[in-house]
Design a protein around this ligand. Structure first.
Ligand code: HEM
Length: 484
């Protein structure tokens, strides 16, 4: 017997799903919040290209709750501290993820933790949580540092590197090894460039809205499916190898293969595959964006880099930083830079949900079965909460300033029962990568480089991040010790 998964989406025919959305909208028993509710392809396109200014403009006009018609349907946006807290914590049980605005992600990830709700979500989370406890994190640090050191040693002083692609490959290798005990250089993985396959698969989510509806040959959906099947080959072959050999380790795959509930129900191969795919995606994509945006900002803030390097000189013992220092985030300057990076560029920028019952928030009604999104990216740019939000100012996150933030103001990892399960893993990885690069290199952006951001479905630099790397002169090269 296997643990019972969620029911399939109402209808897998995309046109039927659109019709069902329209029927739900027409059946609304209370009005939608004010906003732009006429069909407009221009608005839909603009939302796909530059959602942040659009959301901030709408916030100015309509306040923290408003409706925008994106493509065929009304989408309610709820911005700001109180709204974030309402959706993720105080009224989270009135919202589901699975039928929300990003439901197409099920096409890649299936029914992993991100896309499921209710009891199945609670039970799946319980199975996976032990893999993210402190002792597991400490154990992962060894592998993580081996991979990061190896990748940093491949950076050639004096040459230009695309730091975005470099980090993406690195983060995928770390996710494969530390999360799944999968050897990226082994026979099964070597033939597949998983990072590139994910990049291809995720490009579906930045294709034209209209094209995303179509199924059949040569459509973005068909390309997504072809790429997903290649990733499946890798995941299923590892599952069958582990089941046949009984080989287990400290990794999440081992946990999933042996997981069972009190009645002895276990996870099917498909369910294990969906969790693995979800964690591989979530575990490398967000980290990659965070490292990229952090170094983008650092390249134009030499005074912050100087503070970070002074902190390293102060904290490294015999040129070494311990794994437990990394896990606990003891480097205060680095921690503030990380927090500010995730304020200005929270990779998972939108929290897509669907309401179950109608509700009222701050005097506005919202129907049941409405698309409702909270957005960390827009909420982190509200000037009344974060003054001059476009400025990169790590001092916003001194312990005192952080404690003074209203509940729900800062939500780069979401909140409540859906708080990012990989938060500590991701923070640890970004700290480790940043520490090693900062200890060995000076870096700068080409003068002509202009940052453009794409969202697909997480935000990242649209054209990568070309960085000129130079050896640090006159500084002792830092090391990170794998020992705790
Ligand atoms: C800097 C790095 C990361 C950021 C900013 C981030 C952000 C987030 C956010 C905002 C959510 C909640 C989305 C929502 O409310 O709809 C989330 C959920 C999730 N994240 Fe992360 N994440 C990061 C790293 C990771 C890593 C490294 C992993 C895996 C190892 C991971 C796995 C997940 C999973 C499985 C969920 C779904 C949790 C649930 O619904 O129970 N994330 N993440």
């Amino acid at each position: 017997m296997t643990l019972v998964g969620p029911p399939p989406l109402l209808d897998s025919n995309p046109f039927a799903v659109l019709l069902s959305d329209l029927r739900d909208e027409r059946a609304a028993t209370v009005p939608f919040p004010a906003g732009e509710t006429r069909f407009s392809l221009a608005r839909t396109r603009r939302f796909a290209a530059e959602p942040l200014p659009m959301l901030l403009e709408a916030y100015e006009r309509f306040g923290p709750v408003f409706t925008l018609r994106i493509f065929h349907g009304n989408v309610v946006f709820m911005l700001g501290p109180a709204a974030n807290h309402y959706v993720t914590v105080s009224h989270a049980s009135n919202f589901i993820w699975r039928e929300g605005h990003f439901r197409d992600l099920i096409g890649l990830m299936g029914d992993g933790l991100l896309t499921i709700d209710g009891d199945f979500h609670r039970r799946s989370r319980r199975v996976m949580l032990p893999a993210f406890h402190q002792e597991h994190l400490l154990a992962s640090t060894q592998t993580m540092l081996e991979e990061i050191t190896r990748a940093v040693e491949q950076l050639v002083p004096g040459e230009r590197v695309d730091l975005y692609f470099w980090t993406r490959r690195l983060a995928m290798r770390v996710a494969m090894r530390a999360l799944f005990g999968l050897n990226p250089d082994g026979d099964r993985a070597r033939s597949i460039d998983a990072a590139a396959l994910f990049e291809q698969a995720l490009s579906y989510y930045s294709s034209e809205y209209l094209l995303r509806i179509f199924r059949g040959p040569f459509t973005p959906w068909a390309r997504l499916q072809t790429t997903a099947r290649k990733l499946d080959e890798l995941i299923y072959s590892e599952i069958s190898h582990r089941r046949a050999s009984g080989e287990r380790g400290q990794d999440i795959l081992s946990l999933l293969l042996d997981a069972h509930d009190e009645d002895g129900n276990t996870l099917s191969d498909l369910q294990v595959r969906d969790e693995v795919m979800t964690l591989l995606f979530a575990g490398h994509d967000t980290t990659t964006s965070t490292v990229s945006f952090m170094f983008y900002e650092l390249a134009s803030h030499p005074e912050i880099v100087a503070r970070l390097q002074a902190e390293q000189a102060d904290q490294l013992t015999d040129g070494q930083l311990s794994a437990s220092q990394l896990v606990s985030g003891e480097l205060r300057e680095l921690e503030m830079v990380l927090d500010e990076t995730l304020r200005k560029y929270p990779p998972a920028w939108v929290g897509p949900r669907r309401s179950i019952e109608p509700f009222e928030f701050e005097g506005h009604t919202v129907p049941g079965r409405a698309f409702v999104n909270y957005s960390s990216w827009a909420s982190h740019h509200l000037p009344d909460v974060f003054p001059e939000p476009e400025e990169f100012r790590p001092r916003r996150f001194t312990p005192e300033a952080r404690a003074a933030l209203p509940k729900g103001a800062y939500v780069p990892f979401g909140g409540g029962s859906r708080t990012c399960i990989g938060m500590r893993f991701g923070q640890l990885e970004v700290r480790a990568i940043a520490t090693l690069i900062l200890s060995r290199f000076e870096f700068s952006l080409p003068e002509e480089f202009r940052l453009e951001i794409r969202q697909m479905p997480t935000i990242s630099p649209k054209h990568g991040l070309p960085m000129l790397m130079r050896s640090r002169t006159g500084a002792s090269r830092g090391e990170v010790a794998a020992a705790a």
